[in-house]
Design a protein around this ligand. Structure first.
Ligand code: PEP
Ligand code: MG
Length: 324
């Protein structure tokens, strides 16, 4: 079957009637670059930079990070690479990092909160990302943002990094700045955030866990963690509407984008940029190629009226079966 799917590598991701979507890759380690290329990813929608941090025994310095990031960027010539700043805490800890023991790590000192408190480390990372932007088309994004002050603070660090680099003779191109939408507050704040950012990225792995109060890694509450819960779809619909009205980019990079049933609904809802695990790219292209955009819009409109995730899943399964 993989051989049959291989034909999709160099094909665009389009519906039967020609609506194009962009399929980017989620990557972490340098070895993921070759895998993304192998599956014909059109760039990177999420580069999880904590993975190179986790794979070391001490903080990588600016030069080391620059080397890692620029080799990733060079792996995608003429394509965009979206680099996310360090996202540790919660389920991801660094062995050399002295972090407090917390009762609720997922509601605690994690992600951009850590970066903003460790300013020198944050500055070094942002400088390294900006330096790598001289090697290709780079976007920079901040994870788990919950309020406006954080965005302003992140932008101040970017401004300082640019100044430092300019003083050292670097000519840094324009790098679009974005935030991940991972907590319910970011959905409600999207219109305000749009004043400050160029693009948004839906991090549905976290968004689902925070919207539904169900730990993404806890099997005991696995059945509460439902990607197709109507509240999840409604939150995403709100982001499609705000970003459309404000002319801002919207990418979805949580795992649900790689799930064919969710993917069909998301395309119908108007999403056009997906960052997925590379091995799912062929299957998503194959499925998309059999469907018309009107059918998908109708599917999305229908399921958005339903009041349970179970019903939504049943409806989309039926739809995909009947359309071959
Ligand atoms: C997410 O939360 O959906 C996401 C893409 O980030 P991570 O899985 O790295 O937390
Ligand atoms: Mg996340």
């Amino acid at each position: 079957q993989q051989a049959e799917l291989q034909q999709y590598k160099d094909r665009a991701a389009v519906t039967l009637d020609g609506t194009k979507v962009k399929l980017l890759a989620n990557i972490g380690l340098l070895s993921d670059v070759a895998i993304a290329q192998q599956y014909g990813a059109e760039g990177v929608g999420l580069y999880r930079t904590e993975l190179p941090y986790m794979a070391r025994s001490s903080f990588p310095d600016r030069q080391t990070q620059y080397q890692i990031y620029s080799s990733v960027v060079e792996g995608f010539p003429n394509q965009t690479v979206t680099i996310r700043t360090l996202d540790i805490g919660g389920d991801k800890m660094l062995p050399y990092f002295d972090a407090p023991k917390e009762l609720n790590p997922f509601l605690g000192w994690r992600s951009v909160r850590v970066s903003l408190d460790q300013r020198e480390m944050f500055l070094a990372q942002i400088e390294a990302v900006l330096m790598a932007a001289t090697h290709g088309d780079v976007r920079l994004m901040f994870p788990m943002v919950t309020n406006m002050e954080e965005i302003i603070a992140c932008k101040e660090v970017v401004a300082e990094a640019k100044q430092n680099l300019a003083a050292q003779g670097w000519e840094i191109p324009n790098v679009p700045l974005g935030v991940m939408v991972e907590v319910p507050a970011a959905i409600m704040m999207a219109d305000h955030f749009a004043d400050e950012v160029d693009f948004f990225a839906l991090g549905t792995n976290d968004l689902i866990q925070y919207l539904l109060a169900a730990d993404r890694g806890n099997p005991a509450v696995h059945h509460y963690y439902d990607s197709l819960h109507p509240a999840v779809l409604s939150a995403i619909a709100h982001m499609v509407s705000v970003t459309g009205r404000r002319g801002k980019g919207l990418c979805i990079c949580g795992e649900m984008a790689s799930d064919p049933e969710c993917f069909a609904i998301l395309v119908g809802m108007g999403l056009r940029e997906f960052s997925v695990s590379s091995p799912s790219i062929f299957e998503l292209k194959a499925m998309l190629g059999k469907l018309k955009i009107d059918q998908l819009c109708e599917l999305a409109a229908d399921v958005l009226k339903l009041s349970s995730g179970k019903q939504i899943r049943a409806q989309v399964a039926k739809f995909l079966q009947s359309s071959g």
